[in-house]
Design a protein around this ligand. Sequence first.
Ligand code: SF4
Ligand code: SF4
Length: 208
Amino acid sequence: MAAHAFIASRDKRQVARTAAFLLNADAPSQQDVIALPDGAPYGRISINTEGCTMCLACVSACPMGAIRDNPDLPQVRFIEQDCVQCGLCRTTCPESVITLEARLNLTNEAMSPAILNEEEPAECTRCGKAFGTKSSIERIVAQLAGKHSMFQSEDAQNLIRMCDDCRIIQQTENMAGEPFAAAPRPTVRTTADDLAEREAARDKSKDN
Ligand code: SF4
Ligand code: SF4
């Protein structure tokens, strides 16, 4: 086997990966992806997209940051090199749609984010800003529209399709028809009003 020189970084996983890559390069038959036994600390996850609701609980659960969201789009992304196959994402997923596969992927693909699931974003019907996923918003509309007392009118149902900011602005604008709208405030009465009234009554009695 040829000798190789490389600078070992402090990251043990990166050192192991580089060593495996160089050993593989000198092997009689190269394998870009090497199957490992269950429980090995390298591998990938898969998501059954049919059942995934894009709740992103797996993103919060991953201690390695291997699963990531996208701040601009509804996406679940995954970096294979960072996954230690701990299974926390699988345990956390409320839909049980995550599976693990232990393996060592020596290709560069393991280093960059792969999109495991993505959905069309919901766009606010008032300002056009993307927020949440279209399917989840429509699911909420289907559950509330015409069924909940607060979402009987079309105006109220449209609020669900608005982003947080626009929902508040629209509600404020609709306030006149809202049950929470306060009655008109009474005119403030002062001592000057009482004195004027008394004066007027006195003048009237003099005239009589
Ligand atoms: S895989 Fe599971 S936890 Fe992750 S976004 Fe989909 S449903 Fe949520
Ligand atoms: S198995 Fe563990 S490290 Fe890998 S993606 Fe899931 S939570 Fe992250």
